[in-house]
Design a protein around this ligand. Structure first.
Ligand SMILES: Cc1ncc(COP(=O)(O)O)c(C=O)c1O
Length: 442
């Protein structure tokens, strides 16, 4: 697993005293996976959730940047520092963008530019919310499995992370209720500060929280907020990558503006290089989050913000997302078809969740197949030249043992992605994975 830092390591005979926070910080598993892909160029990485290089909107950026730089006054503003909370024109355009995504007028959702903070990717929004709410020993409930980078962030903050069971329609409302009851029975309810929910095409499972569960999850969190307020952090990073059916309203759209914190990103739907996201906060959290952001960077890149504002205004963001959806849908089909062709013929049965958007497919094997990084399947995959993310990275320490659970457990699951590869490489990658599974059975 990941490496824990020694906070008192010796360097040239001198004791280097790192903070407790640094000591709680592990190597992100994705760094190791990237390293393996770079070290072996023939390797097909079905692990790294990168954007498709060929779909990045170079022309759209060129057409936006040129006029911006040609206008010296606007260019000078863009090249100067901005404000910590984010450019007001951009925040107003973000309100409009969210209105468009939700299909509900902003005034009916208490959605105002004053409640928004523009962040350096949505990862910073998640980090800032964690910084604002979590002290060591506080409890955060997450899906089991869930987005492993944020699990790492929460570990650094010293949170106790408790997994809540999920199925193909997202977090189970009954399981959330049972988890709260159990925490109350143990006297731990006052330590619960937050529920984290990656609500669209979740990383790692591709699962979307079903429309009917959205108000129910919110209601459960509100009901259990009786020994101190519990927030629901909704991560909607993949929201705009919907390929099939309709995309549900956010959990926040059901809220009375008191409980849900909504984090969104332009990394998936536009460009990760722009590195911009935003968070919509209940009123009492705006000042704390802006204050903490001041410590981080006193404002995300103003140049990026001016570019994004221009692209939102011209409609380029929405247009590009529509094109991207078509390209990713083809790749997703390539992966699902390849799984359908290659996996059923194997001596070991497997099942996978069929996503309707996002970048990931989640594969579950029966108990006998060990998908962990130290297990035989991972080794055999390296021999065959294919990489996946072992499911073990995505499960919190508590809530990873449900072997017959619809989404499997830490030891027998894995995440695949089709984002960065052309369709033929996606197919070849799945063939190599199937060959590795066969290799493990002989
Ligand atoms: C579920 C989820 N949330 C948030 C992020 C953060 O992305 P960014 O900081 O680029 O917006 C990612 C990145 O992969 C993600 O998968």
């Amino acid at each position: 697993m990941s490496q824990i830092l020694d906070v008192n390591m010796e360097i040239a005979g001198n004791r280097c005293r790192l903070s407790q926070r640094a000591g709680r910080t592990c190597d992100q598993p994705i760094s190791f996976l990237m390293q393996q892909a770079v070290a072996n160029p023939d390797m097909i990485s079905l692990a790294a959730g990168l954007a498709d290089q060929s779909c990045l909107p170079v022309e759209v950026f060129r057409n936006t940047l040129r006029p911006l730089l040609d206008d010296s006054d606007r260019a000078r503003i863009a090249l100067q520092y901005g404000t910590t909370q984010g450019d007001m024109r951009l925040r107003r355009l973000l309100v409009k963008h969210l209105e468009h995504l939700e299909g509900i007028p902003a005034c009916e959702m208490a959605l105002e530019a004053e409640r928004m903070v523009v962040t350096t990717g949505s990862q910073q929004a998640l980090q800032l919310v964690g910084d604002a709410l979590i002290d060591p020993g506080d409890i955060v409930l997450v899906g089991a499995p869930d987005y492993f980078v944020y699990l790492g962030t929460l570990e650094t903050l010293g949170a106790e992370i408790v997994g809540v069971a999920m199925d193909e329609e997202g977090m189970l409302v009954d399981a959330l209720e049972d988890t709260f009851s159990e925490l109350q029975r143990k006297g731990d309810l006052p330590r619960v500060k937050m529920v984290y929910c990656d609500s669209y095409y979740q990383n790692p499972t591709g699962v979307t929280l079903h429309e009917s569960r959205r108000p129910a999850i919110l209601d459960t969190v509100k009901r259990w907020s009786r020994e101190g307020k519990i927030y629901l952090l909704e991560d909607a990073a993949y929201r705009e990558l919907c390929y099939e059916g309709s995309c549900p309203r956010s959990i926040r759209s059901y809220d009375d503006d008191s409980t849900v914190i909504l984090a969104q990103s332009f990394s998936k739907s536009l460009s990760p290089g722009l590195k911009l996201g935003y968070v919509v906060l209940p009123p009492e959290l705006v000042d704390p989050v802006v204050g903490l952001k001041g410590n981080h960077d006193f404002g995300s890149s103003n140049l990026s913000q001016q570019i994004l504002a221009q692209m939102l205004e011209s409609g380029a963001v929405v247009e590009h997302a529509a094109e991207l959806r078509q390209a990713y849908q083809r790749k997703q089909m390539a992966m699902l078809n390849a799984l359908g062709e290659n996996m059923p013929n194997l001596p070991i049965p497997s099942r996978w969740v069929r996503p309707t958007g996002g970048l990931y497919v989640w594969l579950c094997f029966p108990e006998g197949i060990d998908t962990t990084r130290s297990g035989p399947l991972y080794r055999e995959c390296l021999n065959q030249g294919v990489l996946y993310v072992p499911g073990e990275f995505c499960f919190p320490p508590e809530g990873n043992q449900w072997v017959d659970h619809p989404l499997g457990c830490a030891q027998n699951t894995l995440r695949l992605t089709f984002g960065a590869l052309p369709e033929d490489r996606v197919e070849q990658g799945v063939q190599r994975l199937a060959a590795a599974v066969r290799g493990c059975c002989t």
